[in-house]
Design a protein around this ligand. Structure first.
Ligand code: HEM
Ligand SMILES: *[C@@H]1O[C@H](CO)[C@@H](O)[C@H](O)[C@H]1NC(C)=O
Ligand SMILES: *[C@@H]1O[C@H](CO)[C@@H](O)[C@H](O)[C@H]1NC(C)=O
Ligand SMILES: *[C@@H]1O[C@H](CO)[C@@H](O)[C@H](O)[C@H]1NC(C)=O
Length: 350
């Protein structure tokens, strides 16, 4: 294939997008003030409508934003139903399937925004707003969301497997993974408090309660809690077993600091949750947040904002998707990762 000037330009534009964050445009609070003043209101309405039908959707949206940001940055790659380059998507990866939820809420918000201001508000920003609104609905916490993210055009199963922390991670692995995403150990502990809302499928903790068909005695799991979990989740549980349980059994739809109170009672659901107690430095933070909910909420909101800045594309990089589950038709080569150019080895891609 001949390398046309258009392709070269696209390649240069793409390379610019890979420059360090310092020389690129930054996210801004009120980014859509002039171009789409009701963008945030329309997202809030879509989230509120869905929340009224199913409060659990809030947890789903908070996690969706997290899983977006940790894989290729906050670029809505998690929302893509197909990968233009072929192969399985992030959505299809085990950490996301079947557990991720809230896609249809983002689609509804996007549809109403497209009617008011076509081709203006990115799916990555809609997701960041929706996560914030979910936190407001469940935790009565509001924080302004810096916006201006652009949407990516690539979604790969392997990227999700490589970047999302599994519930089998040790304290050190969790710290390292968050550090790799610019987040500190304290921010890791702060953000883990999101497990005060929502649910988990049995597969994510079954290895803590069953060894084959024999009950496991795990010093980090309360015997009565383990017995309850065993009564819920059969020893034959697999990735496709569709039984779920609340992570904070007392108040799964309330964003409070109960997560940090459950941990010392050996009621952290995942091995990874319990790791926050096993490490002395992390455990000190757990105790601090268990003792002061106001402090946790303030710092949790700040950590969410920081998470929302991970590896974002801004300015002319990426695209504003028209539908959040598909890349725009006629995307330029730069936005489909220069797939054809790459195949011929002419230009390296991101
Ligand atoms: C520290 C590392 C983390 C690990 C290992 C982890 C792991 C998990 C797992 C295994 C589930 C259950 C998935 C299933 O249904 O099987 C889950 C659910 C959830 N996680 Fe995390 N997570 C982590 C951090 C976070 C962060 C940083 C957030 C958000 C700020 C978050 C928010 C949530 C929420 C809200 C749910 C419930 C989702 C729902 O009800 O639909 N998690 N997490
Ligand atoms: C995160 O890890 C990837 C690959 O392992 C590496 O290329 C990247 O530089 C790391 N980022 C940070 C901020 O440590
Ligand atoms: C599970 O059981 C087998 C044999 O019964 C034993 O060798 C193994 O150590 C057990 N594993 C765990 C995690 O308890
Ligand atoms: C809890 O934290 C808040 C905010 O960080 C602080 O103003 C307040 O004094 C703390 N409360 C207690 C009881 O320490």
């Amino acid at each position: 294939m001949a390398v046309t000037p258009g392709l070269v330009l696209a390649a240069v534009a793409c390379a610019m997008c890979l420059l360090p964050v310092l020389v690129r445009a930054q996210l801004q609070v009120g980014f859509y003030q002039r171009t789409c003043p009701n963008a945030e209101t329309l997202v809030r309405q879509a989230v509120a409508t869905a929340f009224a039908k199913d409060a659990g959707i809030a947890a789903g949206l908070i996690r969706l934003h997290f899983h977006d940001c940790f894989v290729r940055g906050c670029d809505a790659s998690v929302l893509l139903a197909t990968n233009p380059g072929g192969g399985k998507t992030e959505r299809q990866a085990i950490p996301n399937n079947p557990s991720l939820r809230g896609f249809e809420v983002i689609d509804a918000a996007k549809a109403s925004i497209e009617q008011s201001c076509p081709s203006t508000v990115s799916c990555a920003d809609i997701l960041a707003f929706a996560a914030r609104d979910s936190i407001t609905l469940t935790g009565n916490v509001f924080y302004p969301v810096p916006a201006g993210r652009r949407d990516g055009s690539v979604s790969k199963e392997q990227d999700a497997l490589d970047n999302l922390p599994p519930p089998t991670f040790t304290a050190q692995q969790l710290i390292d993974r968050f550090k790799n995403k610019t987040l500190t150990a304290e921010e890791m502990v702060l953000l883990s408090g999101a497990h005060t809302v929502g649910r988990s499928f049995c597969a994510s903790f079954v290895k803590r309660i069953w060894n084959g068909t024999t009950p496991i005695v795990d010093a980090g799991l309360s015997p009565s809690y383990a017995a309850l979990l065993r009564s819920l989740c059969p020893s034959s549980t697999t990735q496709t077993t569709l039984i779920t349980t609340a992570m904070d059994p007392g108040s799964p739809d309330v964003l409070d600091n109960n997560y940090y109170k459950l941990l010392p009672r050996n009621m952290g659901l995942f091995f990874s949750d319990n790791q926050l107690r096993v490490d002395g430095n992390l455990n000190a933070l757990v105790n601090t947040f268990a003792a002061n909910e106001t402090m946790w909420k303030e710092r949790f909101a700040a950590a969410m904002v920081k998470m929302g800045r991970i590896e974002v594309q801004t300015g002319r990089c990426g695209q504003v998707r028209l539908k959040c589950s598909v890349v725009n038709p006629n995307s330029s080569p730069s936005s489909v990762e220069l797939a054809s150019v790459d195949e011929e080895g002419v230009i390296a891609t991101s």
